[in-house]
Design a binder for this molecule. Structure first.
Ligand SMILES: [Zn+2]
Length: 281
């Protein structure tokens, strides 16, 4: 009973809506007695609103498109200006000035930008390394100091595979990285079971391009994670057995197998003291 009443009410409501709708569309454009809007007026209003809606959407799209075009044009103009400026500087520079300008561009444009996030830039440079200097390196030592600009490594192990007779004497090694202008001096005395590495620092520049030609992408990712934001970014200590990279951080003590490496910075330069730690102890 209740349900029937519901259906009746809905039917009446629907009939009411249809009556209103039909009377709205009565063809009365020639009937002067009618005071309300004629059918053609209603149609005109409905279609008119639809057309103006479309027109507004099109206009908005056009404005957005025009703005994008304006911005990219502005960027192109800025880029052109920078290129022209660089060209003018380079063209008018003398030999000495040229070096200075190159240095400035390197420091301001390359290095300052790189320091914001080497990892971010690493993704966009293709890898050109044939044989990775760290994970596929030929060093017999377990602890090595690696120059990221040259790929050169310096054995930090105090006692390697030498026999007892070979342990006498002092081992000396030198190195130079021309990109970061860093000098390396290493003295080791296996007999006294001690040694040290002095890293005389220069500009501190790290070339990601050089890294991409020296190390594999996996190593680069691990190296960058280790060094980024550290005091020294141009060198890293590497455990060749465990494949772990360590940053060269002031006050750090790194134990790799039988070697204890103690890092200390003095006046901007760095010294790594190596002492022998017996595995049994
Ligand atoms: Zn590698």
């Amino acid at each position: 009973m209740y349900f029937r009443n519901e259906v009746k009410e809905i039917r009446e409501l629907w009939k009411g809506i249809r009556d209103k709708w039909d009377s709205f569309w009565i063809g009365d454009e020639y009937d002067n007695s009618k005071k309300h809007l004629s059918q053609s007026d209603k149609r005109f209003l409905l279609y008119g609103n639809f057309i103006s809606g479309i027109f507004i959407v099109a206009l908005v799209l056009l404005i957005i498109g025009f703005n994008n075009l304006r911005v990219s044009h502005q960027n192109m103009d800025d880029m052109k200006l920078i290129m022209e400026m660089t060209k003018s500087y380079m063209g008018s520079a003398t030999e000495d000035e040229y070096d200075k300008i190159v240095q400035t561009i390197r420091n301001d444009l390359v290095f300052s930008d790189y320091s914001k996030g080497l990892q971010k830039y690493a993704k966009y440079i293709p890898n050109a390394s044939e044989k990775c200097h760290t994970c596929k390196g030929s060093s017999a030592a377990q602890a090595i100091l690696v120059s990221l600009n040259t790929g050169n490594s310096y054995d930090l192990d105090l006692i390697g595979k030498e026999t007892e007779e070979e342990l006498g004497g002092v081992k000396v090694a030198f190195g130079y990285d021309e990109i970061s202008q860093t000098r390396i001096r290493m003295i080791k005395s296996p007999k006294r079971k001690e040694g040290s590495v002095e890293i005389e620092r220069g500009s501190g520049i790290v070339s990601l391009h050089r890294m991409k030609s020296l190390f594999c992408d996996r190593c680069i990712e691990d190296i960058l994670k280790a060094i980024e934001g550290q005091e020294m970014e141009e060198f890293v200590i590497f455990d060749t057995e465990k494949i772990i990279f360590y940053p060269i951080k002031h006050g750090d003590k790194i134990r790799i197998e039988n070697d204890m490496l103690e890092v200390a910075y003095k006046n901007g330069d760095c010294e790594i003291e190596i002492t022998f730690v017996d595995r049994a102890k």
